[in-house]
Structures are given as C-alpha cells and as structure tokens.
Design a protein around this ligand. Structure first.
Ligand code: ZN
Length: 178
C-alpha cells in the first residue's frame, strides 16, 4: 500500500467516524457504531488477506449512506466513482421497508461486483459474530436464528470469489443459536 492509498484509507476512517459519531450499535452495551465498520476492515485485512484498497475503503464507508445523512454524491466527490459504486451496491434502499430490503439483499447478491462481495461477506461475518456472542438487546433465540438463516441465504448467492472469507462465514455460521 503506497502513501496515497494509506491516505485514502485513513480519510475514510475519519469520514466514517464523523458520520457515525452519534450512533450506537444495538447490543446491550450500546457500543459505538464506528466499531462495526472498523471490525470489517480488521477482518478483511487480518483474517481475509484482502489488500485491495477500494474494497477496504468501501468496507469502512459501507453503512454511511444507509445509516447516516451521507449521500452518494458526497462519497463520489471525496472518494471517487469506483468506491462510490461499491458502497451503493451494498446499500439497502430503506424506502422498501424491512422485509423487502432483506429480500432485495438475497436477490442482488448474485450480481454484486467482486469488491462488493468481499464487503458483504465481511459485514455478515461481523454481524453473525455479534449476534452469536453479543446480540442486540431483546433478541430472543428465534430472532437470532432467523438472522443467521437470512445471512446464509444472502451469502449463498455470492459464493465462488473469496474462498477464505466464505470459509470464515461458514465457521461463524456454526454458532447459529440452538
Ligand atoms: Zn454493516
């Protein structure tokens, strides 16, 4: 990674930290939201062996459009069209409502770019780890099981490009609550 790449990655982390500054995760301890995008990059680099800059930057930014006031235009202006496209690929259209959003993720998975597949895998691995070990407050077993099942449906639609990440997904899937 050269100096420009490092600069862009750090800029993305600072950007996401600002955008998510008032948000918390849904776990019991209400962890700072930024822990989640940071966990994705950590996983991609240290467990997935991913070094592709666009993938790493998009992972940091992956929830900014979906969960903050950030626009696609803003991402494009700061980070360029390639990264913006990946972030858009992994952004839910919340206007659809929750269950249609979930179905849309399953439907879109087979058409994602290679980079978006890596981000999606990292997102689902991190979320399953959270649901297994530190679940959102009030999530009973049935809801946690349903989350695991849905995540698997999404991931099953995008397999074949990132064997290491897919293995990590299968490993965490074994933690599906009984
Ligand atoms: Zn996420």
């Amino acid at each position: 990674m050269n100096e420009n790449d490092l600069s862009l990655l750090v800029r993305a982390i600072a950007f996401a930290a600002t955008k998510h500054k008032d948000q918390r995760r849904k776990d019991e301890a209400a962890s700072p939201y930024i822990n989640h995008p940071v966990a994705l990059v950590d996983l991609l680099v240290h467990e997935g062996g991913v070094t592709d800059l666009a993938t790493l930057v998009a992972a940091v930014l992956h929830d900014t459009i979906e969960d903050t006031q950030t626009t696609s235009e803003e991402i494009q202006a700061v980070f360029g069209a390639v990264i913006c496209t990946i972030v858009n690929e992994v952004t839910d259209d919340k206007a659809l409502g929750r269950s249609a959003c979930k179905q849309a993720q399953i439907d879109k998975a087979p058409n994602l770019s290679r980079e978006a597949r890596a981000v999606k895998l990292a997102d689902k691995i991190c979320n399953l780890r959270d649901v297994a070990t530190n679940p959102p407050a009030g999530w009973e077993t049935e809801r946690r099981q349903a989350y695991f099942d849905w995540a698997k449906q999404v991931i099953d639609g995008l397999r074949g490009h990132h064997p290491l990440l897919e293995d990590l997904f299968d490993e965490v899937y074994r933690l599906r609550p009984e």
